[in-house]
Design a protein around this ligand. Structure first.
Ligand SMILES: CC(C)(COP(=O)(O)OP(=O)(O)OC[C@H]1O[C@@H](n2cnc3c(N)ncnc32)[C@H](O)[C@@H]1OP(=O)(O)O)[C@@H](O)C(=O)NCCC(=O)NCCS
Length: 178
């Protein structure tokens, strides 16, 4: 399948929102191998949030096949030398085929080239050991920052008690590998 990577634009916002919500918070039987549908209720994002991300200094990279958006990842500068990577999402039906690793690497390369990044960081829910392991295999490590899930931030309501967000990071000289 021929796939192209590009920066998202405003007219992509609604399709990206649908992709992110389907990947992060799928309905039962519709999810891929890892998601947070059983941990957080509600949508992960919406059209307005995507539009404001696209109007900011940050970047959303999308992987497309013909007109369809198959994957996305968000990169934003955090201070002088750190890049936050987030909203990594692959269409559920094509997960576990290497696209997640590929998009993470694209995000790291983009941050290195455009933001002079020396360090990548990302947030993961504490209750997702399989996802933490995925990032650890790509060189990310816990840095000791743990926060309560931000219930009032508009990203959905936790379905379990004590849900936490863990920060992972790695130096930019250790790009993700397959
Ligand atoms: C997390 C996500 C981006 C990964 O993308 P992907 O295309 O499925 O992942 P890849 O195929 O590139 O890599 C999958 C890896 O997990 C492993 N894996 C596959 N199925 C697995 C399973 N059921 N349990 C544990 N590991 C599994 C694969 O063997 C591979 O291992 P490797 O790291 O040793 O190579 C994707 O699953 C997704 O969009 N999830 C929902 C949104 C989300 O949670 N995003 C991240 C928030 S921080």
């Amino acid at each position: 399948m021929l796939m192209t990577l590009r920066e998202a634009i405003a007219s992509d916002a609604s399709e990206i929102a649908a992709l992110v919500n389907a990947a992060y918070r799928p309905s039962p039987q519709c999810g891929g191998w890892t998601h947070e549908g059983d941990l957080v209720a509600g949508n992960r994002t919406d059209y307005e949030q995507l539009l404001s991300m696209l109007e900011s200094e940050s970047r959303l990279l999308i992987l497309c096949h013909e007109q369809a958006i198959l994957a996305c990842v968000h990169i934003s500068q955090n201070g002088d030398f750190t890049a936050d990577i987030g909203m990594l999402a692959i269409k559920p039906s094509i997960q576990a085929q290497g696209l997640g690793k590929r998009m993470l690497l694209h995000a790291e390369q983009y941050a290195t080239e455009h933001f002079r990044t020396k360090r990548f960081q990302l947030n993961v829910l504490s209750a997702r050991p399989e996802l933490i392991a995925f990032y650890e295999r790509r060189g990310y490590q816990r840095i000791g920052e743990i926060e309560h899930y931000p219930s009032h931030a508009g990203f959905g309501q936790p379905l379990i008690d004590g849900l936490q967000v863990i920060k992972l990071a790695k130096p930019a000289n250790a790009l993700a590998e397959d």
